[in-house]
Design a protein around this ligand. Sequence first.
Ligand SMILES: [Zn+2]
Length: 288
Amino acid sequence: MQAACVRFLVCPVCRGALRPAGAALRCPAGHTFDVAREGYANLLVTRHRRTRMVGDTAAMVAARASFLARGHYARLADAVAELVARQLRERGAAAPGCVVDVGCGTGYHLGRLRDRLLADGAAPPCLIGTDVSKHAVRRAARDHPDATFLVADTRAGVPLADHAAAAVLDVFAPRDGAELARLLAAGGLLVVVTPGPRHLAELAERVGLVGIQPEKRRAVAESLAPWFRPRQERRLRYRFEVAGPAAAELARMGPSAWHLAPAALAAAERLERLTVTADFQVDGYAPR
Ligand SMILES: [Zn+2]
């Protein structure tokens, strides 16, 4: 956790500003949240701790981290980083704000963004990732000590100040238009990544993954329309080859992990080689 970035954080109970207090964060009303040894803060409030939907499991997170380390999704991360880097350049230093990845998983996209900004000679802003999965956030904090990670439930309100963000990333995560609009600064950029219709189609046919909703992109744009207008639109489509272990990681890391039969996973493990389509819709939105 970056001390300089705590200024963007608010208490998930009362929305008061959080401040460092020893190895914890505390708001003026006295609500206190421990900062874990790995450097992340758990800002889940009790009433949400027992909800059934607890986010990615440890096994899903491990599969995701292994798969992403293979580099097959680097082109996606670079496309996202390109949009955000341009946005930060255009805003300039006079309009600082953080960059938030809502549903950040293992912090892969924030990490690639940081690398991209450093390669450009730009000073990265505060990079903040939130996820409802403690397993994901713990991994993200371990892998990216120079970013700030929070366990938080978007449905309960992202624990960040109003209009704190110069850019918000939402990569394959649930979207709440009103909440995303609250986070974004005026002139900020929302980057939404959703699966295109052919995403992982070959693997889905072989092992039976969760299908992609048709017209997904239009549905997303419509759900965001009261708060956002489309600014950039890009379909990123390419093929990559996987063998059994990577195919099984792909099956285990996504929503299919919740209901894939062991036999389907075993079938994925046995694949010798499969060419898979990556089909991403990478869209930029501006607040209205
Ligand atoms: Zn509070």
